[in-house]
Write a protein that binds this ligand. Structure first.
Ligand SMILES: Cc1cc2nc3c(=O)[nH]c(=O)nc-3n(C[C@H](O)[C@H](O)[C@H](O)COP(=O)(O)O)c2cc1C
Length: 207
């Protein structure tokens, strides 16, 4: 967004709040997808078992009432964090609409069947990248990384590439959502959702 441009914000009225935060997220996502190049970009924050937080961007590959799915290397730093402390938070921001959504909950691994299905749909270059990168581990040079890629490419020539066991999906299962809508004079709308059995309660929070 250029300097001086105002977001095309619209109020988030209590009457418009949907009872189900998944539906509200889905509506906001569709609206963002119409104007944003990469609406699937989300920040995922984890913390290790000592409590040290870490955040990084990943791509939101699917979401439904079961949760929010991203794919990664299970041996990465985020993978180790989640293994020791299976809780995480997602942050999604759409500058053009002045919107932010925070989602917090527990994290579970996708079934190997779901991860296989997603991996099979990736293009070959991405599959080879997943195979050849020991994500978050140090490597001496770019050259060494490219050699690894070329070696895996040669080894798999003419063959389908199976998903490596250390690469797959995680699903964040939400316990809380917060929807934030920018308004003038810093008088923003904020609605905080908490799960109560099969039902979601929401309350307005001060900006
Ligand atoms: C827009 C964007 C999307 C990304 N998507 C992914 C992704 O879907 N999966 C992934 O493992 N890393 C993704 N990355 C790289 C991560 O931000 C991060 O560098 C990597 O996962 C290692 O993180 P970790 O060391 O905390 O585990 C993405 C980076 C950016 C900037």
């Amino acid at each position: 967004m250029k300097q001086g441009d105002e977001p095309t914000w619209s109020p988030l009225d209590e009457a418009e709040i949907l009872a189900d935060p998944f539906e509200l997220f889905s509506a906001w996502y569709d609206e963002a997808a119409a104007i944003v190049r990469e609406p699937e970009a989300i920040c995922v924050a984890t913390a290790d078992s000592s409590g040290q937080p870490r955040a990084r961007m990943v791509l939101l590959r699917a979401f439904d009432e079961r949760g929010f799915v991203f794919h990664t290397n299970y041996h990465s730093i985020k993978g180790h964090d989640i293994e020791g402390n299976p809780k995480a938070a997602i942050l999604w921001f759409v500058e053009e609409q002045g919107r932010q959504v925070r989602i917090e909950g527990r994290v579970e691994k996708l079934s190997s069947h779901e991860s296989d299905a997603y991996f099979a749909r990736r293009n070959r270059g991405h599959q080879l990248g997943a195979l050849s990168s020991e994500q978050s581990q140090p490597i001496a040079s770019r050259g060494e990384l490219e050699e690894r890629f070329a070696r895996f490419e040669a080894e798999h020539e003419g063959r389908a590439i199976a998903r490596p066991a250390h690469w797959g999906g995680y699903r964040l299962v939400p316990a809380h959502f917060e929807f934030w809508q920018q308004r003038p004079d810093r008088m923003h709308d904020r609605f905080f959702f908490t799960q109560d059995g099969s039902h979601w309660n929401h309350e307005r929070h001060q900006p």
